[in-house]
Write a protein that binds this ligand. Structure first.
Ligand SMILES: Nc1ncnc2c1ncn2[C@@H]1O[C@H](COP(=O)(O)OP(=O)(O)OP(=O)(O)O)[C@@H](O)[C@H]1O
Ligand SMILES: Cc1ncc(COP(=O)(O)O)c(N)n1
Length: 269
């Protein structure tokens, strides 16, 4: 039996512990019944406690993977995760621009849950100038949004201000500020700003320490939903619901911050 399903490409880093990065993206794509393709940017020696080492690939190697996928498989949506340095970001941005690969979800990964810096400092500027303006949706967490906008985020109003600033600064279609790093009632509350205006996304706050890979999972789910024809709003709403369920079924693996459970309904034993 032949089956035709959308292809979604993730351009991101490998997490040896399997909780975030390419590994989380591919599991999320599989759950959403889209075919996951990948262009690796770097290999991290990482577990639930720390990132011990990062080895980047040459920018040409990243672009070659992207081209190989696009030339043959065709791609219905793309997401970017850990891009490591300005050279990779520039090379990927140039190729995405030339090929007009859209929809594009940009997760501006900068710092890991364990506090490790995941991107060079000068890379933030390249991200802002070359990649984010091309995005259909950009999904910074609290700290990434602060770095990108200069707005200190400590309230819902400040999340909204940062969303406005980032949308205005970059011309991106939609901004999703994620609230996993907020405290009190705002933990797990996100703010979405698109062409229709601002919405506050609130699901249950899940009481778990195992939140490794939530951002990767959310951006991958949004890309999968866009690939299957959902509107931006719908793709984000459904992505938020998915990550909430995955958090409910998060995994007690490792000594530190464990990963979310991507296949929750199938793991009943
Ligand atoms: N405890 C929680 N309860 C409910 N939702 C949560 C919780 N923690 C994170 N989230 C949600 O998970 C999604 C990812 O947000 P978060 O701010 O954790 O991103 P992130 O820091 O980029 O994640 P990552 O851990 O992959 O770096 C958001 O929708 C956020 O609201
Ligand atoms: C390869 C890779 N990509 C992304 C993250 C961010 O995820 P988290 O903030 O949950 O550590 C990571 N730690 N590693």
């Amino acid at each position: 039996m032949k089956s035709k399903i959308p292809v979604v490409l993730t351009i991101a880093g490998s997490d040896s512990g399997g909780g975030a990065g390419i590994q989380a993206d591919l599991r999320t794509f599989a759950f959403h019944c889209v075919h996951g393709a990948s262009a690796l940017t770097c290999v991290t020696a990482q577990n639930t406690v720390a990132v011990n080492r990062v080895d980047g690939l040459p920018p040409q190697a990243v672009v070659a993977q992207l081209d190989a996928v696009v030339d043959d498989l065709g791609v219905q949506a793309v997401k970017t995760g850990m891009l490591l340095n300005a050279e990779i970001i520039q090379a990927v941005s140039d190729r995405l621009q030339t090929l007009q690969l859209r929809p594009l979800v940009v997760d501006p990964v900068m710092v890991s849950r364990s506090g490790a810096q995941l991107i060079d400092r000068q890379a933030v500027e390249t991200l802002q100038q070359a990649l984010i303006p091309q995005a259909t949706v950009v999904t910074p967490n609290r700290y990434e949004a602060q770095l990108l906008t200069g707005v200190e985020i400590n309230s819902l109003e400040k999340m909204e201000e940062a969303a406005e600033t980032l949308k205005w600064q970059s011309g991106v279609q939609a901004v999703l500020i994620k609230g996993g790093g907020m405290t009190g009632e705002l933990r797990g509350v996100d703010v979405l700003l698109d062409d229709q205006g601002m919405v506050v996304l609130k699901t249950e706050c899940i009481d778990t320490g195992n939140t490794h890979g939530t951002g990767c999972t959310l951006s991958a789910a949004i890309a999968a939903n866009l690939a299957t024809g959902h509107s931006i709003r719908d793709a984000v709403h459904q992505g938020k619901n998915y990550v909430t369920e995955a958090l409910k079924w998060s995994l007690e693996i490792g000594q530190g911050t464990g990963p979310v459970g991507h296949f929750f309904p199938l793991c009943l034993n």
